[in-house]
Design a protein around this ligand. Structure first.
Ligand code: T1G
Length: 690
């Protein structure tokens, strides 16, 4: 065999080991020798049973995603599974780490599956815009039943080994030496000589499926698909497992897979998979740069952001000292955290004991001196430079020399803040997104003086608490908020010229956004923007008028929309329409119909343009980093791959042409195409090196 696949013997048990670091993906150079090994062993009379396992940290974590979009070289996974199912001796998959996608499908070709107690098993293909293409949608229902299979495949969420045992996905779970236990299991199965039934031939779990209930479940999941094709294809293929003969259903699965894998949505989601990993690779931060140990985090400010950030860290089992100015504010913050956890407990997503453990991880104080043992302190105080400088002055006085200082500012100049402390090399920005205990994105703002070790520590910390880090440079709003500002710049003009909030928001939700800009303003609170505009001496006729009437959005029951009885459902409000029309009349603007295309051109195209300026200025290292920011911080639809990926599909030439049109119409700089965007328009792509 090759080093990617080896055969060893333990008496009459043959062990086939796949060794293809880092995750034993089923690359071509694994598939070919694996098929050969199974064919050889299947026909070897001296072999009583076969154990299929992996070296390294995990069982096969899936097909090799880098091979998609190219001609698939035979043998394919399905060919290997087909051979597995012809073997007339016990075949046992020994699962550790994460058996995912094609890896789990490979195990379904075996008669038996045994797992390490810490293993996780799943079919996450839907997250790549695919469906399991190696028979998983047809075999899994035969083991766990159609509804459990539907849920697992449409969500893509892996299950832990004990749960897999309870639902019938695995036959045994071992807490100890997996290989020797798997060999013992195989030897017993061989000795028993019982009948061997391939998964494909097991029908007890699908024979009397309740199709009506299945369809109702599938319809509910489809409602949440929000324009994504893969979840629907997954549900259809699992349904075929119930209604069609095995081989017909398998052929249908293959056809559905072929369609998805060549589609834009899967290309977009596979782009995001690799982009997320690329984002964590930062220039100058190689493996030789060691992160500092972080045993305790300090947080200054227990408001919405500070409280959410505190939760994010205790959720990651990192103790937190939470500081507020006075006991009343502190108690308010602690009560909010406690309430958030209680909601999770009520929903069943958190146990009481887990909640207690997390609350115990929180130490609260109003004395800066109590932060002295913290290894990193984040300020999440009022978004005002002087307030932040005052906080950092106090931190400078009490913290250890190598303690890291972090600001959660969402747009202030991190270099200016760093210049105000005695240890600028230990300072950086950690920009969390609200709610900080939920949103995955963490913009790590690299100051001019931030030391590589400090950056490495922040990157490691992000991974510990399950955040997706993107390192960004210093500018007003960094990457996300700077582009959000460009996206919003012309939104009010669209209202005054003829559109309504509900029309614009519908264009956004039809595009795949979770909500449109005006729903977002109502959710965040119109008073925040109002205060910032007043501080900058700027105005926004419609939003200012709404604020002057006390219409701050959801928090006041009305904003751009009406929210009846404390509901969060936005209702179009005739009063707002009248207000907008009055402003149009006041400015003698003849209202006109505004098309969806125009709304996209005047909101999303300026956002793309701003993204290219961010790249030109080196604020973001890669276009794909910008995609990761927007998908994980603002809900940009994953099926479109992020703004910069989508812009290429949309056509940089078309974007430049339309931006020039609106620049002529409005003379607004936000429409003036950047040099980089013009270069991209010439070639159809953003240049690899900017
Ligand atoms: N193919 C190719 N490369 C992969 C890969 C894969 N399936 N999975 C990971 N990598 C690379 C990754 O890019 C990174 O590379 C390195 O391995 C470490 O990954 C037919 C069609 C297994 C939970 O979707 O979820 O099977 O950056 O940083 O945090 O039905 O990797 O080092 O150069 O993520 O420890 C289905 C995807 C595929 C699982 C480990 N399987 N992988 O997480 O390491 S489609 C998946 C993961 C399929 C069949 C279908 C995670 C992990 P580099 P990492 P990690």
């Amino acid at each position: 065999m090759t080093e990617a696949v080896t055969i060893t013997r333990d008496g009459n048990i043959a062990v086939v080991t796949v060794d293809n670091p880092p995750v034993n993906a089923l690359s071509f150079h694994v598939r070919e020798p694996l098929l050969a090994a199974l064919e050889t062993l299947g026909g070897d009379a001296s072999v009583a049973a076969i154990v299929l396992g992996c070296a390294g940290r995990t069982f096969v974590a899936g097909a090799d995603i880098t091979e998609f979009g190219k001609p698939m070289r035979k043998p394919e996974l399905r060919d290997i599974i087909a051979v597995l199912e012809t073997i007339q001796k016990p075949t046992v998959a020994a699962i550790h780490g994460t058996a995912l996608g094609g890896g789990l499908e490979l195990t379904l070709g075996c008669h038996f599956r045994v797992a390490d107690v810490n293993a996780r098993l799943g079919l996450p293909e839907v997250k790549l815009g695919l469906l399991p293409g190696g028979g998983g949608t047809i075999r899994l229902p035969r083991l766990v039943g159609p509804e459990m299979a539907l849920k697992a495949i449409v969500s893509g969420t892996p299950m832990a080994a004990p749960e897999a045992l309870s639902v019938g996905l695995v036959d045994a779970v071992f807490d100890g030496d997996l290989l020797s236990n798997a060999i013992g299991f195989a030897r017993r199965k061989a000795a028993e000589g019982g009948s061997l039934v391939a998964v494909r031939d097991r029908s007890e779990r699908i024979a009397n499926a309740d199709l009506a209930r299945f369809d109702a479940e599938a319809a509910e999941l489809a409602r949440k698909a929000r324009g994504l094709e893969a979840p629907l294809a997954c549900a259809q293929s699992v349904r075929n497992a119930i209604t069609l003969p095995f081989d017909e259903a398998l052929a249908e699965e293959r056809a559905l897979f072929a369609k998805l894998v060549s589609g834009d949505q899967s290309r977009a989601q596979r782009h995001l998979f690799f982009a997320e990993r690329e984002a964590a690779k930062v220039a100058g931060i190689g493996k030789e740069v060691k992160p500092r140990p972080i045993a305790r985090i300090g947080i200054v400010g227990a408001g919405t952001m500070g409280g959410g950030i505190a939760m994010a860290f205790v959720n990651g089992a990192i103790p937190v000292t939470l500081l507020e100015m006075n006991r009343e504010a502190l108690d308010r913050g602690l009560a909010m955290i406690d309430k958030n956890y209680s909601i999770s407990v009520a929903r069943g997503s958190l146990t009481e004991s887990a909640k207690a453990k997390r609350m115990a991880g929180l130490t609260a104080t109003i004395n800066y001196a109590d932060l002295a043992d913290c290894d990193l302190v984040i300020e999440a105080v009022f978004e005002d430079m002087s307030v932040k400088k005052e906080v950092f002055g106090k931190l400078d006085a009490v913290l250890k020399p190598d303690a890291i200082l972090a600001t959660n500012t969402s747009y202030l100049d991190v270099n200016e803040i760093a210049a105000s402390v005695a240890r600028p090399e230990n300072l950086l920005g950690l920009h969390f997104f609200s709610p900080a205990n939920v949103m995955k994105l963490l913009e790590i703002v690299r100051g001019e003086q931030t030391a590589p070790e400090v950056l490495a520590t922040a990157l490691a910390l992000a991974k510990t608490i399950g955040k997706i880090p993107v390192v960004v440079g210093v500018c007003h709003g960094f990457v996300g908020n700077r582009m959000l500002s460009a996206r919003s710049r012309d939104a009010e003009a669209l209202l005054i010229e003829g559109a309504l909030p509900e029309q614009i928001d519908k264009v956004f939700t039809d595009f795949g956004w979770p909500m449109g800009p005006f729903q977002m303003y109502d959710l965040a609170g119109l008073d925040i923007g109002w205060r910032n505009r007043k501080a900058r001496g700027e105005t926004a006729a419609i939003a200012d008028a709404l604020c002057e009437q006390g219409r701050f959005g959801q928090k006041s029951g009305k904003g751009f929309y009406l929210y009846e009885g404390g509901s969060r459902i936005p209702l179009p409000d005739p009063h707002v329409r009248t207000l907008i029309e009055a402003i149009s009349a006041e400015r003698e603007i003849e209202r006109r119909p505004i098309s969806a295309a125009e709304i996209i051109e005047r909101t999303l195209y300026p956002m793309i343009n701003e993204g290219t300026k961010i790249l030109e200025e080196g604020i973001a290292a890669r276009a794909s980093d910008i995609d990761i920011v927007w998908v994980n911080g603002y809900g940009f639809p994953v099926g479109k791959g992020g703004p910069m990926f989508w812009a290429e599909l949309e056509g940089f030439g078309k974007i430049v042409e339309r931006l020039e049109h609106w620049h002529e119409q409005t003379a607004k700089d936000v429409f003036k195409p950047s040099r980089l965007l013009r270069r991209a328009a010439e070639t159809g792509k953003l240049p690899a090196n900017i």
